[in-house]
Design a protein around this ligand. Structure first.
Ligand code: NAD
Ligand code: SAH
Length: 411
Protein backbone atom coordinates (compact mmCIF):
# COMPACT_ATOMS: atom_id res chain seq x y z
CA UNK A 1 0.00 0.00 0.00
CA UNK A 2 1.20 3.53 -0.67
CA UNK A 3 1.47 6.01 2.20
CA UNK A 4 -1.73 7.71 0.99
CA UNK A 5 -3.61 4.39 0.93
CA UNK A 6 -2.34 3.51 4.39
CA UNK A 7 -3.54 6.84 5.77
CA UNK A 8 -6.94 6.34 4.10
CA UNK A 9 -7.18 2.86 5.62
CA UNK A 10 -6.28 4.24 9.09
CA UNK A 11 -8.87 7.00 8.76
CA UNK A 12 -11.52 4.47 7.76
CA UNK A 13 -10.77 2.27 10.80
CA UNK A 14 -10.93 5.32 13.05
CA UNK A 15 -14.28 6.40 11.64
CA UNK A 16 -15.77 2.95 12.24
CA UNK A 17 -14.47 2.92 15.83
CA UNK A 18 -15.61 6.50 16.48
CA UNK A 19 -19.13 5.65 15.31
CA UNK A 20 -19.27 2.86 17.92
CA UNK A 21 -17.94 4.85 20.87
CA UNK A 22 -20.92 7.00 21.96
CA UNK A 23 -19.76 7.76 25.52
CA UNK A 24 -16.41 9.02 24.31
CA UNK A 25 -18.33 11.16 21.78
CA UNK A 26 -20.23 12.82 24.64
CA UNK A 27 -16.94 13.51 26.46
CA UNK A 28 -15.44 14.85 23.24
CA UNK A 29 -18.34 17.27 22.69
CA UNK A 30 -17.79 18.74 26.16
CA UNK A 31 -14.03 18.88 25.58
CA UNK A 32 -14.55 20.76 22.31
CA UNK A 33 -16.77 23.31 24.07
CA UNK A 34 -14.76 23.78 27.26
CA UNK A 35 -11.14 23.01 26.21
CA UNK A 36 -10.20 21.71 29.70
CA UNK A 37 -6.77 20.52 28.50
CA UNK A 38 -5.74 23.76 26.78
CA UNK A 39 -1.99 24.32 27.06
CA UNK A 40 -1.31 20.82 28.40
CA UNK A 41 0.79 18.05 26.86
CA UNK A 42 -0.35 14.46 27.20
CA UNK A 43 2.22 11.67 26.62
CA UNK A 44 0.86 8.20 26.00
CA UNK A 45 2.09 4.61 25.57
CA UNK A 46 -0.91 2.53 24.53
CA UNK A 47 -1.86 -0.04 21.89
CA UNK A 48 -1.89 2.14 18.77
CA UNK A 49 -5.00 1.02 16.95
CA UNK A 50 -8.30 2.60 16.01
CA UNK A 51 -10.02 2.79 19.41
CA UNK A 52 -6.94 4.31 21.03
CA UNK A 53 -6.78 6.77 18.13
CA UNK A 54 -10.29 7.96 19.01
CA UNK A 55 -9.11 8.61 22.59
CA UNK A 56 -6.11 10.55 21.24
CA UNK A 57 -8.42 12.70 19.08
CA UNK A 58 -10.67 13.33 22.08
CA UNK A 59 -7.75 14.61 24.16
CA UNK A 60 -6.60 16.82 21.29
CA UNK A 61 -10.20 18.11 20.97
CA UNK A 62 -9.90 19.14 24.63
CA UNK A 63 -6.98 21.40 23.73
CA UNK A 64 -4.06 19.07 24.54
CA UNK A 65 -0.98 18.41 22.45
CA UNK A 66 -0.74 14.62 22.38
CA UNK A 67 2.22 12.34 21.67
CA UNK A 68 1.91 8.57 21.60
CA UNK A 69 4.15 5.49 21.45
CA UNK A 70 3.05 1.84 21.45
CA UNK A 71 2.85 -0.31 24.60
CA UNK A 72 3.55 -3.57 22.78
CA UNK A 73 5.65 -3.98 19.63
CA UNK A 74 3.10 -6.28 17.97
CA UNK A 75 -0.10 -4.35 18.64
CA UNK A 76 0.57 -1.22 16.57
CA UNK A 77 -1.45 -0.89 13.37
CA UNK A 78 0.72 1.16 11.03
CA UNK A 79 -2.16 2.57 9.00
CA UNK A 80 -3.79 3.98 12.12
CA UNK A 81 -0.42 5.26 13.42
CA UNK A 82 0.16 7.10 10.14
CA UNK A 83 -3.36 8.53 10.01
CA UNK A 84 -3.00 9.78 13.60
CA UNK A 85 0.31 11.42 12.86
CA UNK A 86 -1.28 13.58 10.14
CA UNK A 87 -3.59 15.23 12.72
CA UNK A 88 -2.90 18.66 14.14
CA UNK A 89 -1.35 18.60 17.64
CA UNK A 90 -0.75 14.84 17.51
CA UNK A 91 2.59 13.04 17.18
CA UNK A 92 2.66 9.28 16.82
CA UNK A 93 5.94 7.40 17.25
CA UNK A 94 4.61 3.83 17.08
CA UNK A 95 5.54 1.25 14.45
CA UNK A 96 4.60 -2.41 14.11
CA UNK A 97 7.19 -5.11 14.77
CA UNK A 98 10.02 -2.92 16.05
CA UNK A 99 12.75 -4.37 18.27
CA UNK A 100 13.22 -3.61 21.93
CA UNK A 101 15.71 -0.75 21.31
CA UNK A 102 13.38 1.13 18.94
CA UNK A 103 10.43 0.41 21.23
CA UNK A 104 12.07 2.21 24.17
CA UNK A 105 13.38 4.96 21.88
CA UNK A 106 9.77 5.71 20.91
CA UNK A 107 8.87 6.00 24.60
CA UNK A 108 11.80 8.39 25.01
CA UNK A 109 10.55 10.51 22.13
CA UNK A 110 7.18 10.88 23.87
CA UNK A 111 9.00 11.96 27.03
CA UNK A 112 11.22 14.35 25.04
CA UNK A 113 8.07 16.41 24.47
CA UNK A 114 7.88 16.92 28.27
CA UNK A 115 4.34 15.75 29.00
CA UNK A 116 2.30 17.21 31.86
CA UNK A 117 0.08 14.12 32.03
CA UNK A 118 0.87 10.52 31.07
CA UNK A 119 -1.35 7.61 30.03
CA UNK A 120 0.19 4.14 30.26
CA UNK A 121 -0.86 0.57 29.57
CA UNK A 122 1.68 -1.41 31.59
CA UNK A 123 3.49 1.60 33.19
CA UNK A 124 6.32 1.86 30.60
CA UNK A 125 6.32 5.68 30.60
CA UNK A 126 6.18 5.85 34.38
CA UNK A 127 9.08 3.39 34.78
CA UNK A 128 11.23 5.35 32.36
CA UNK A 129 10.34 8.59 34.14
CA UNK A 130 11.40 7.10 37.48
CA UNK A 131 14.51 5.29 36.26
CA UNK A 132 16.07 7.45 33.56
CA UNK A 133 14.17 10.71 33.08
CA UNK A 134 13.72 11.88 36.68
CA UNK A 135 14.43 15.48 35.56
CA UNK A 136 10.95 15.47 34.00
CA UNK A 137 9.10 14.37 37.15
CA UNK A 138 8.62 17.86 38.67
CA UNK A 139 6.67 18.88 35.54
CA UNK A 140 4.24 15.95 35.79
CA UNK A 141 0.74 16.68 37.12
CA UNK A 142 -0.21 13.00 37.10
CA UNK A 143 -0.76 9.86 35.07
CA UNK A 144 -3.40 7.27 34.26
CA UNK A 145 -2.83 3.50 34.11
CA UNK A 146 -4.98 1.27 31.93
CA UNK A 147 -4.26 -2.29 33.01
CA UNK A 148 -4.24 -4.63 36.04
CA UNK A 149 -0.54 -5.49 35.92
CA UNK A 150 0.49 -1.83 35.57
CA UNK A 151 -1.50 -1.06 38.71
CA UNK A 152 0.11 -3.93 40.65
CA UNK A 153 3.52 -2.45 39.80
CA UNK A 154 2.44 1.07 40.81
CA UNK A 155 1.14 -0.18 44.17
CA UNK A 156 4.52 -1.89 44.70
CA UNK A 157 6.30 1.39 43.91
CA UNK A 158 3.98 3.30 46.24
CA UNK A 159 4.59 0.82 49.06
CA UNK A 160 8.35 1.33 48.75
CA UNK A 161 7.97 5.12 48.63
CA UNK A 162 9.33 5.08 45.07
CA UNK A 163 6.30 6.57 43.29
CA UNK A 164 6.93 10.27 42.75
CA UNK A 165 3.75 11.28 40.95
CA UNK A 166 -0.02 10.83 41.30
CA UNK A 167 -1.50 8.06 39.16
CA UNK A 168 -5.16 7.17 38.66
CA UNK A 169 -5.85 3.43 38.51
CA UNK A 170 -8.24 3.57 35.56
CA UNK A 171 -8.35 -0.24 35.32
CA UNK A 172 -10.05 -0.37 38.71
CA UNK A 173 -13.10 1.65 37.66
CA UNK A 174 -16.11 -0.69 37.60
CA UNK A 175 -16.95 0.51 34.10
CA UNK A 176 -13.47 -0.64 33.06
CA UNK A 177 -12.51 -4.02 34.50
CA UNK A 178 -16.00 -5.53 34.71
CA UNK A 179 -16.49 -4.97 30.98
CA UNK A 180 -13.11 -4.52 29.28
CA UNK A 181 -11.25 -7.29 31.11
CA UNK A 182 -14.20 -9.71 31.12
CA UNK A 183 -16.35 -9.20 28.01
CA UNK A 184 -13.59 -7.47 26.04
CA UNK A 185 -10.93 -10.13 26.59
CA UNK A 186 -13.59 -12.86 26.45
CA UNK A 187 -14.50 -11.88 22.90
CA UNK A 188 -11.24 -10.50 21.51
CA UNK A 189 -8.99 -13.34 22.71
CA UNK A 190 -11.20 -15.80 20.81
CA UNK A 191 -11.39 -13.46 17.85
CA UNK A 192 -7.56 -13.43 17.73
CA UNK A 193 -7.23 -17.19 18.22
CA UNK A 194 -9.96 -18.09 15.74
CA UNK A 195 -8.90 -15.80 12.92
CA UNK A 196 -5.28 -16.91 13.34
CA UNK A 197 -5.82 -20.68 13.61
CA UNK A 198 -9.00 -21.08 11.56
CA UNK A 199 -9.68 -24.22 13.64
CA UNK A 200 -12.75 -25.41 15.52
CA UNK A 201 -13.08 -24.72 19.25
CA UNK A 202 -16.12 -26.98 19.73
CA UNK A 203 -15.19 -30.33 21.20
CA UNK A 204 -11.74 -29.20 22.33
CA UNK A 205 -10.30 -29.13 25.82
CA UNK A 206 -9.50 -25.48 26.50
CA UNK A 207 -7.30 -24.72 29.50
CA UNK A 208 -7.67 -21.21 30.93
CA UNK A 209 -4.92 -20.22 33.37
CA UNK A 210 -6.19 -17.68 35.91
CA UNK A 211 -9.82 -17.06 36.79
CA UNK A 212 -9.67 -13.29 37.26
CA UNK A 213 -11.69 -10.86 35.19
CA UNK A 214 -9.95 -11.78 31.93
CA UNK A 215 -9.96 -15.51 32.66
CA UNK A 216 -13.70 -15.52 33.41
CA UNK A 217 -14.40 -13.89 30.07
CA UNK A 218 -12.15 -16.29 28.15
CA UNK A 219 -13.64 -19.34 29.91
CA UNK A 220 -17.23 -18.15 29.43
CA UNK A 221 -16.79 -17.58 25.71
CA UNK A 222 -14.85 -20.86 25.26
CA UNK A 223 -17.82 -22.66 26.78
CA UNK A 224 -20.12 -20.76 24.41
CA UNK A 225 -18.05 -22.00 21.46
CA UNK A 226 -18.55 -25.58 22.63
CA UNK A 227 -15.26 -26.28 24.39
CA UNK A 228 -14.82 -28.32 27.52
CA UNK A 229 -13.13 -25.81 29.84
CA UNK A 230 -10.48 -26.51 32.46
CA UNK A 231 -9.35 -23.72 34.81
CA UNK A 232 -6.09 -23.47 36.76
CA UNK A 233 -5.76 -21.06 39.70
CA UNK A 234 -3.67 -20.35 42.79
CA UNK A 235 -6.43 -18.48 44.66
CA UNK A 236 -8.78 -20.84 46.55
CA UNK A 237 -11.82 -18.54 46.25
CA UNK A 238 -11.41 -18.05 42.53
CA UNK A 239 -10.79 -21.77 42.05
CA UNK A 240 -14.07 -22.47 43.88
CA UNK A 241 -15.91 -19.92 41.76
CA UNK A 242 -14.58 -21.56 38.59
CA UNK A 243 -15.72 -24.98 39.83
CA UNK A 244 -19.19 -23.71 40.72
CA UNK A 245 -19.42 -21.93 37.38
CA UNK A 246 -19.21 -25.45 35.95
CA UNK A 247 -15.57 -25.82 34.89
CA UNK A 248 -13.06 -28.50 35.82
CA UNK A 249 -10.33 -27.13 38.09
CA UNK A 250 -6.95 -28.80 38.50
CA UNK A 251 -3.23 -28.17 38.70
CA UNK A 252 -1.50 -27.12 35.49
CA UNK A 253 0.65 -30.26 35.61
CA UNK A 254 -2.57 -32.28 35.08
CA UNK A 255 -4.26 -29.81 32.75
CA UNK A 256 -1.14 -29.71 30.54
CA UNK A 257 -1.73 -33.35 29.55
CA UNK A 258 -5.39 -32.74 28.61
CA UNK A 259 -5.46 -29.40 26.83
CA UNK A 260 -5.82 -28.93 23.09
CA UNK A 261 -5.68 -25.16 23.47
CA UNK A 262 -4.22 -23.11 26.34
CA UNK A 263 -4.93 -19.46 27.13
CA UNK A 264 -2.97 -17.75 29.93
CA UNK A 265 -4.61 -14.77 31.66
CA UNK A 266 -2.82 -14.54 35.01
CA UNK A 267 -0.62 -11.42 34.76
CA UNK A 268 2.05 -13.69 36.26
CA UNK A 269 5.11 -15.36 34.74
CA UNK A 270 6.09 -18.99 34.05
CA UNK A 271 2.55 -20.35 33.84
CA UNK A 272 3.47 -22.75 31.01
CA UNK A 273 7.02 -24.04 31.41
CA UNK A 274 9.31 -26.87 30.27
CA UNK A 275 7.67 -29.43 32.59
CA UNK A 276 4.31 -28.67 30.95
CA UNK A 277 5.55 -28.60 27.34
CA UNK A 278 7.01 -32.08 27.83
CA UNK A 279 3.64 -33.63 28.73
CA UNK A 280 1.40 -31.72 26.31
CA UNK A 281 -0.40 -33.41 23.44
CA UNK A 282 1.15 -33.30 19.99
CA UNK A 283 -0.23 -30.21 18.23
CA UNK A 284 -1.25 -28.31 21.37
CA UNK A 285 -1.87 -24.60 20.72
CA UNK A 286 -0.72 -21.94 23.20
CA UNK A 287 -1.87 -18.33 23.46
CA UNK A 288 -1.43 -15.60 26.04
CA UNK A 289 -4.03 -12.96 26.82
CA UNK A 290 -2.55 -11.66 30.07
CA UNK A 291 0.16 -9.11 30.50
CA UNK A 292 3.40 -9.32 28.59
CA UNK A 293 5.12 -12.30 26.95
CA UNK A 294 6.33 -14.05 30.10
CA UNK A 295 3.28 -16.19 30.94
CA UNK A 296 4.54 -18.80 28.47
CA UNK A 297 8.23 -19.55 29.02
CA UNK A 298 9.28 -18.94 25.42
CA UNK A 299 13.02 -19.31 26.16
CA UNK A 300 12.48 -22.77 27.67
CA UNK A 301 10.34 -23.78 24.70
CA UNK A 302 12.99 -22.56 22.26
CA UNK A 303 15.77 -24.45 24.04
CA UNK A 304 13.73 -27.69 24.14
CA UNK A 305 13.06 -27.43 20.41
CA UNK A 306 14.91 -29.23 17.64
CA UNK A 307 13.38 -26.91 15.06
CA UNK A 308 10.99 -23.98 14.85
CA UNK A 309 8.98 -23.06 11.78
CA UNK A 310 6.14 -20.74 10.84
CA UNK A 311 3.16 -22.95 10.03
CA UNK A 312 0.60 -20.22 9.42
CA UNK A 313 0.73 -16.48 9.60
CA UNK A 314 1.48 -15.58 13.27
CA UNK A 315 1.77 -19.24 14.42
CA UNK A 316 5.12 -20.88 15.14
CA UNK A 317 5.48 -24.61 15.56
CA UNK A 318 8.12 -25.80 18.03
CA UNK A 319 9.21 -29.38 17.42
CA UNK A 320 10.42 -30.73 20.76
CA UNK A 321 11.13 -34.24 19.46
CA UNK A 322 8.18 -36.38 20.35
CA UNK A 323 5.60 -33.60 19.96
CA UNK A 324 4.93 -30.30 18.22
CA UNK A 325 3.69 -27.25 20.10
CA UNK A 326 2.14 -24.25 18.36
CA UNK A 327 2.43 -20.73 19.77
CA UNK A 328 0.32 -17.83 18.53
CA UNK A 329 1.88 -14.35 18.19
CA UNK A 330 5.11 -15.21 20.03
CA UNK A 331 3.22 -15.53 23.30
CA UNK A 332 2.27 -11.87 23.25
CA UNK A 333 -1.27 -10.64 23.93
CA UNK A 334 -3.26 -12.72 21.47
CA UNK A 335 -6.18 -10.32 21.14
CA UNK A 336 -3.98 -7.42 20.11
CA UNK A 337 -0.99 -9.14 18.50
CA UNK A 338 -3.21 -11.45 16.45
CA UNK A 339 -6.36 -9.34 16.21
CA UNK A 340 -7.77 -5.84 16.60
CA UNK A 341 -8.06 -5.94 20.40
CA UNK A 342 -11.25 -5.35 22.32
CA UNK A 343 -14.36 -4.24 20.46
CA UNK A 344 -15.08 -0.52 20.17
CA UNK A 345 -18.14 -0.60 22.44
CA UNK A 346 -16.02 -1.87 25.33
CA UNK A 347 -13.09 0.48 24.74
CA UNK A 348 -15.73 3.25 24.66
CA UNK A 349 -16.12 2.85 28.43
CA UNK A 350 -12.43 2.27 29.21
CA UNK A 351 -11.35 5.30 27.22
CA UNK A 352 -14.18 7.56 28.42
CA UNK A 353 -12.75 6.85 31.89
CA UNK A 354 -9.26 7.72 30.62
CA UNK A 355 -10.38 11.04 29.11
CA UNK A 356 -12.36 12.00 32.22
CA UNK A 357 -9.43 11.09 34.48
CA UNK A 358 -7.01 13.19 32.41
CA UNK A 359 -9.40 16.10 32.94
CA UNK A 360 -9.61 15.28 36.66
CA UNK A 361 -5.80 15.43 36.91
CA UNK A 362 -5.72 18.73 34.99
CA UNK A 363 -8.30 20.32 37.29
CA UNK A 364 -7.23 18.97 40.69
CA UNK A 365 -3.89 19.00 42.43
CA UNK A 366 -3.48 15.32 43.32
CA UNK A 367 -0.90 14.06 45.80
CA UNK A 368 1.74 11.50 44.80
CA UNK A 369 0.39 7.94 45.03
CA UNK A 370 -2.18 5.65 43.41
CA UNK A 371 -5.69 7.14 43.27
CA UNK A 372 -9.08 5.58 42.58
CA UNK A 373 -11.20 6.79 39.69
CA UNK A 374 -13.71 9.16 41.35
CA UNK A 375 -17.02 7.34 41.85
CA UNK A 376 -19.00 10.07 40.07
CA UNK A 377 -16.93 9.63 36.90
CA UNK A 378 -17.43 5.85 36.94
CA UNK A 379 -21.21 6.35 37.40
CA UNK A 380 -21.31 8.97 34.64
CA UNK A 381 -19.75 6.47 32.22
CA UNK A 382 -22.25 3.75 33.27
CA UNK A 383 -25.24 6.07 32.88
CA UNK A 384 -24.13 7.40 29.52
CA UNK A 385 -23.46 3.87 28.26
CA UNK A 386 -26.95 2.74 29.31
CA UNK A 387 -28.44 5.83 27.65
CA UNK A 388 -26.57 5.13 24.43
CA UNK A 389 -27.96 1.59 24.51
CA UNK A 390 -31.51 2.92 24.95
CA UNK A 391 -31.86 1.34 28.41
CA UNK A 392 -33.71 3.07 31.26
CA UNK A 393 -33.59 1.73 34.79
CA UNK A 394 -35.70 2.28 37.91
CA UNK A 395 -34.90 4.86 40.60
CA UNK A 396 -35.23 4.40 44.34
CA UNK A 397 -38.32 6.04 45.87
CA UNK A 398 -37.66 8.03 49.07
CA UNK A 399 -39.43 5.28 51.09
CA UNK A 400 -37.14 2.65 49.54
CA UNK A 401 -34.10 4.80 50.22
CA UNK A 402 -35.08 5.15 53.87
CA UNK A 403 -35.79 1.40 54.11
CA UNK A 404 -32.43 0.49 52.65
CA UNK A 405 -30.30 2.97 54.55
CA UNK A 406 -31.93 3.51 57.94
CA UNK A 407 -32.96 1.27 60.84
CA UNK A 408 -36.10 3.13 61.87
CA UNK A 409 -38.10 2.50 58.67
CA UNK A 410 -39.03 -1.05 59.63
CA UNK A 411 -37.51 -4.47 59.08
P1 NAD B 1 -6.95 -10.58 37.93
O1 NAD B 1 -6.03 -10.21 39.04
O2 NAD B 1 -8.42 -10.34 38.10
O3 NAD B 1 -6.77 -12.13 37.56
C1 NAD B 1 -5.57 -12.82 37.50
C2 NAD B 1 -5.83 -14.21 38.09
O4 NAD B 1 -4.71 -15.02 37.85
C3 NAD B 1 -6.05 -14.17 39.61
O5 NAD B 1 -7.26 -14.82 39.94
C4 NAD B 1 -4.84 -14.90 40.15
O6 NAD B 1 -5.11 -15.64 41.34
C5 NAD B 1 -4.50 -15.84 39.00
N1 NAD B 1 -3.12 -16.32 39.02
C6 NAD B 1 -1.97 -15.66 39.40
N2 NAD B 1 -0.92 -16.49 39.32
C7 NAD B 1 -1.38 -17.68 38.86
C8 NAD B 1 -0.78 -18.93 38.58
N3 NAD B 1 0.51 -19.13 38.76
N4 NAD B 1 -1.57 -19.93 38.11
C9 NAD B 1 -2.90 -19.76 37.94
N5 NAD B 1 -3.52 -18.61 38.21
C10 NAD B 1 -2.78 -17.58 38.67
O7 NAD B 1 -6.42 -9.81 36.67
P2 NAD B 1 -7.18 -9.54 35.28
O8 NAD B 1 -7.83 -8.21 35.35
O9 NAD B 1 -7.96 -10.73 34.89
O10 NAD B 1 -5.91 -9.37 34.32
C11 NAD B 1 -5.05 -10.46 34.04
C12 NAD B 1 -3.91 -10.02 33.15
O11 NAD B 1 -4.41 -9.63 31.87
C13 NAD B 1 -3.17 -8.79 33.65
O12 NAD B 1 -1.82 -8.90 33.29
C14 NAD B 1 -3.78 -7.63 32.88
O13 NAD B 1 -2.90 -6.53 32.81
C15 NAD B 1 -4.04 -8.28 31.54
N6 NAD B 1 -5.15 -7.73 30.76
C16 NAD B 1 -5.13 -8.06 29.44
C17 NAD B 1 -6.15 -7.60 28.63
C18 NAD B 1 -6.09 -7.89 27.17
O14 NAD B 1 -6.54 -7.06 26.39
N7 NAD B 1 -5.58 -9.02 26.76
C19 NAD B 1 -7.22 -6.88 29.15
C20 NAD B 1 -7.23 -6.59 30.50
C21 NAD B 1 -6.19 -7.04 31.31
N1 SAH C 1 2.02 -3.45 27.66
C1 SAH C 1 1.25 -4.61 28.05
C2 SAH C 1 -0.16 -4.21 28.03
C3 SAH C 1 -1.21 -5.10 28.61
S1 SAH C 1 -2.57 -4.89 27.60
C4 SAH C 1 1.57 -5.76 27.09
O1 SAH C 1 1.82 -5.51 25.94
O2 SAH C 1 1.59 -6.90 27.51
C5 SAH C 1 -4.00 -4.97 28.43
C6 SAH C 1 -4.84 -3.74 28.13
O3 SAH C 1 -5.07 -3.59 26.73
C7 SAH C 1 -6.19 -3.85 28.76
O4 SAH C 1 -6.26 -3.29 30.03
C8 SAH C 1 -7.13 -3.23 27.74
O5 SAH C 1 -7.84 -2.12 28.25
C9 SAH C 1 -6.22 -2.80 26.60
N2 SAH C 1 -6.85 -3.05 25.31
C10 SAH C 1 -7.50 -4.14 24.90
N3 SAH C 1 -7.98 -3.97 23.65
C11 SAH C 1 -7.61 -2.75 23.26
C12 SAH C 1 -7.82 -2.00 22.08
N4 SAH C 1 -8.54 -2.49 21.09
N5 SAH C 1 -7.25 -0.79 22.01
C13 SAH C 1 -6.53 -0.30 23.02
N6 SAH C 1 -6.32 -0.95 24.17
C14 SAH C 1 -6.86 -2.16 24.30
Amino acid sequence: MTEKELIESGNMKMEWARNHMPVLAIVREKFEEEKPLKGLKVGMALHVEAKTAVLVETLAAGGAKVSIAGCNPLSTQDDVAMALDTRENIHCFAKYGIGSKEYYEAIDRVLDLKPDITIDDGADLIFKLHKERTDLLPNILGGCEETTTGIHRLHAMEKEGALKMPVIAVNDAKTKYLFDNRYGTGQSAWDGINRTTNLLVAGKNVVVAGYGWCGRGVAMRAEGLGASVIVTEIDPIRALEARMDGYRVMKMEEAAKLGDLFVTTTGNRDILTAEHFQVMQDGAILANSGHFNVEIDMDALASLSKSVKTVRNNIKEYDIGNRRINVIAEGRLVNLAAGDGHPAEVMDMSFANQALCVRHIAENKLLNGVHKVPEELDMFVAKMKLKSMGISIDELTSTQECYMSGWECGT
